[in-house]
Design a protein around this ligand. Structure first.
Ligand SMILES: NC(=O)c1ccc[n+]([C@@H]2O[C@H](COP(=O)([O-])OP(=O)(O)OC[C@H]3O[C@@H](n4cnc5c(N)ncnc54)[C@H](O)[C@@H]3O)[C@@H](O)[C@H]2O)c1
Length: 362
């Protein structure tokens, strides 16, 4: 596999051991590719899946030093994989990641997301080596009273649906572990720096999840069906999947340099004025793909989903100098361009990775 030198990031990750939970998921498959291209040794840990996955399309197994398909709630197995690996970095992405599924299966959602997060942190306690840990939560961790303002990191946590509640609970658990076991005063003993990252909805090529707008659009158009929009006026801070991944990686490098400074929660999202509705995204997609029609389905009787959600990204900008590189329009263009383009998935991903990471500077 050809490696790519992302001038600023590569020296931090080349030949380093990186443990990724959820490496076979949508974000995980992109992160695995980015890190593999930088020469990192990837140890992935996820559940097996019968669904189509980007991870399989890009031959993800080949990119990993070790790819384990087990449950993060299997303590013994996880301990064997994670503690024996003694990783330099951990990116914890594994989750039941869908709001609608969390209404169908709340207990499993809490088990995987909340208890699973505590388990990962417990494993981190068992590591003797220095380790930089990024715990991925979501923009949905805030109590959303639909006040039409962007959330800052100090806003009250909450969660209407089980998914959001499970992730808000993760934030409290992460903060508790940071204060109890990984505090700054004792850094020289524990040598762990833990941040949580709250990113918004991501879009990108290779997402096949159920009930997410981009795969829903692609599935409907491929079957010549109308695209059914549940909540056309809902606005979301759409960003390309490489945006939060770029922010996670940049933040991780800063944590290596100054482990006591950046071990906190960060919002990661587009700029405040870069928010589009579901309907706007769908119209743009139809324009790019050159076909498709949509209609709105009645939301009465459907589970609650927030109408307005925006993040204030000024903290991460100020602290580490991260900036969104692609506007919502760019992200939509790049995403549907991926599905439209001919060629192998790994080549299409590589081109977009090179384009995006070429823009990252320290
Ligand atoms: N995709 C988004 O728009 C978005 C937005 C905000 C936050 N997030 C968060 O980012 C992370 C990654 O999201 P994604 O879109 O890649 O999700 P995904 O659903 O595509 O992937 C989830 C991954 O977690 C793994 N997993 C699930 N349950 C597991 C278990 N019990 N044990 C081991 N592995 C398990 C799956 O196998 C898969 O690899 C999640 O934590 C999600 O909550 C995603």
């Amino acid at each position: 596999m050809s490696q790519v030198n992302f001038k600023y990031l590569t020296p931090y990750f080349k030949d380093k051991k990186v443990f990724i939970t959820g490496h076979t998921g949508f974000k995980g498959a992109w992160l695995t590719q980015v890190l593999a291209r930088m020469g990192a040794k990837i140890y992935g840990y996820s559940l097996d899946s019968e669904q189509d996955q980007l991870f399989d399309l890009v031959d993800g197994d080949f990119l990993c030093e070790r790819s384990t398909l087990e449950d993060i709630n299997d303590l013994e197995y996880l301990e064997e994989c994670l503690v024996d690996c003694a990783p330099d970095f951990i990116f914890h992405l594994a989750a039941q990641s869908l709001v609608l599924e969390s209404y169908n299966n709340p207990l499993k959602t809490f088990e995987t997301n909340t208890y699973g997060t505590a388990i990962i942190l417990e494993m981190v306690r068992k590591l003797d080596n220095p380790c930089t840990v990024l715990m991925v939560t979501t923009d949905k961790v805030y109590e959303n009273l639909e006040e039409k303002r962007a959330f800052t990191e100090s806003d009250k946590l909450g969660g209407h649906d089980p998914y959001s509640a499970s992730k808000a609970a993760c934030e409290i658990i992460i903060d508790s572990y940071r204060k109890s076991f990984f505090n700054n005063a004792d850094y020289d003993e524990h040598k762990k720096s833990i941040a949580s990252v709250r990113a918004g909805n991501v879009i990108g090529g290779g997402d096949y999840a159920a009930n997410r707008i981009v795969p829903d659009i692609i599935r409907a158009i491929s079957k010549n069906d109308e695209i059914e929009l549940r909540n056309p006026q809902a606005t979301r801070p759409w960003q390309h999947v490489l945006e939060p991944l770029g922010a996670y990686l940049l933040l991780a490098t800063k944590m290596v340099d100054e482990p006591r400074k950046y071990n906190q929660a960060y919002n990661i999202g587009p700029d405040a004025d870069d928010v589009l509705s579901v309907e706007e995204l769908t119209s743009l997609a139809i324009g790019i793909l050159g076909k498709g029609k949509y209609n709105s389905v009645k939301t009465e009787g459907q589970p609650y989903e927030a109408n307005f959600l925006a993040l204030d990204n000024s903290q991460i900008k100020e602290d580490i100098g991260w900036e969104p590189k692609w506007s919502a329009h760019d992200a939509i263009k790049v995403t549907f361009g991926w599905y439209n383009a001919k060629g192998e998935a790994d080549v299409k991903c590589l081109l977009q990775i090179q384009e995006y990471f070429g823009k990252i500077k320290a």
